[in-house]
Design a protein around this ligand. Sequence first.
Ligand code: FEO
Ligand code: CA
Ligand code: CA
Ligand code: CA
Length: 660
Amino acid sequence: MTISIKLPDGTYGDPDDIGSNPTSNESFSTIVERRLSRRDALKGFAATAAITALSGTGVSHLAMREALAQTGGSTLTFTEVAQGVDDKHHVSPGYKANIVIRWGDKVTADAPAFNINNLVAADQDKQFGYNCDFIGYFPLPAGSANSDNGVLAINHEYTSAELMWSGLTAKNKNDKATKELTDYELSAHGMSFVEVRKEGGDWKTVDGSRYNRRISTARTPMEVTGVAAGHNRMKTSGDATGKMVIGTLNNCAGGKTPWGTVITAEENFNLYFGGNGTTLPEADNYKRYGVSQNSAYSWWKFHDRFNVEKEPNEPNRFGWLVEIDPYDPASMPKKRTALGRAKHEGAAIVVAPDGRVVVYSGDDEAGDYIYKFITTGRYDANNRAANMTLLDSGTLYVAKFDEKTVNWLPLVFGQGPLTPANKFESQADVAIETRRAADLVGATKMDRPEDIDVNPVNGVVYVALTNNTGRKAEQVDAVNPRGPNPYGHIIELIPPGEGGRRDHTAMTHGWDILLLAGNPKNPDHKARYNANLSDNGWLAAPDNIAIDPKGRVWISSDQGSAWKNTNIADGVWGTDVTGAGRALTKRIFRVPIGAEMCGPEFTPDGKTLFVAVQHPGADGVNEDQNFDNPATRWPDFQAGMPPRPSVVAITKDDGGDIGA
Ligand code: FEO
Ligand code: CA
Ligand code: CA
Ligand code: CA
């Protein structure tokens, strides 16, 4: 998500870039640069290492040298898409990108046809929502590895009203909003579940499938589970139990559990609340999460639950990780409060060798933290029902980095500073005010933690830190060239052990840096990649991550309006993480102007890569472009039809592996 709203200083920009973290905990970037100065010694070792890695595989040295020379040492053999920006999407030669579903397309069997000139909330409740982000592929039947038929679980993170209705602009849309418009926006948020099938090489939605479902902020009931369920701070006039919430908000990325459920992450929930919260009992809590400070929407003017003066506890009911069963469309989504409340970007779920389940999650704001949760119970491959409550009991930890290790600090009521002396009366308080608890234990302030994924091949955890433009030069030491850090970087958390047997429950991990993004040809960027990087291989603002069956990492980017500075559109890049191709990113896809790239997701066979093109035409084009005069009409290119956020399936023409 890159949203532009009026900021406290009167300018317009992305509120994620402005930290609300009041602590003086050591900045991670300081540590990063100390580490990287040691890595310099490794430059230039690439080709030699590749030959060494492949020796003994039966391939002749000469053949290896020729193959590696062509790919720069990478196992990825595709021809890159050129950098640049225009009104279309671009995919590598030999690949195709087919549109699977667009905003307004039919989801449920009774959905009416999309009418761009008459947007009705009740219709949107049955149609594909706006600004698609996370994509999870769930094979059919459940438990199979079918890569030609499955259910896509797709987040609808937010809405861009100026591209949905005629006559609005990014700056006047809040003032001009009507109740009818906000009703529609609530329905355009949430999720879609759609069955898809590969037919003749193209992916299509399955009309009338029993799995097709819309979840909206307007009307889908969700159960609150775990430590905060039923707590007084969770109760509202509409829900005296504190256990039932209508809807989910700003669902950004997510994750999949080994038992076949989706975790959807509530990120910038604060943007939807208005009213004056400064004198209310929750004022400090609001401040730490940015609630009722800069509403990006007008919902609170028409819907009392988004006005903190009328419903002071409603913001406490968002900011959670929500678990949903895509195989049971009648099931009720569960807000898993034991995992903590934050601007959760996503979640990465992995089973540790002893059977306990570990969930990693980042809190995407400048200077906020990385968390992990370890369940009390153990995963049972033969008891799905028992797995369905695993995420309600366990211990939440936050990451503190030093030069060589990551240490996981428990956020447990009664331990350390998390006591009544600091206004924590129970674990429910720790869950509701997770950020303040993490401040008190001294967690490491990060450069906006976005997606996290666990690589099933090497067991390493990949974390995208998208950027931190707000970090001042004086917050880094003399040798740190990345303060501010406009281009972001990707780190690896390395639990003890090997491959799939790494112990994710360990309290101490190693860590490393995969790359520092930016343009390596521009010394001001101080970017670092593999020395064999091509001119099309560099990226900026890494956001989402997907890992293919061969353990290669694929990165999607979200620069917001900063693409005007880099002059490259967002997209997807893949890279090896071991051997000669480590940190040798290669671009396979490019979004149309003003879009960000979200949701990379592979089918189990690695032959399809689904991606979400979010807010085409929205970011940074010019202040006046809107529904009436969009910068692109992707993907329809029809007069009168604005750009539409859409899910795209990338496949190889010969049916082979993505990236080969
Ligand atoms: Fe919704 Fe952090 O991007
Ligand atoms: Ca994101
Ligand atoms: Ca982002
Ligand atoms: Ca991911």
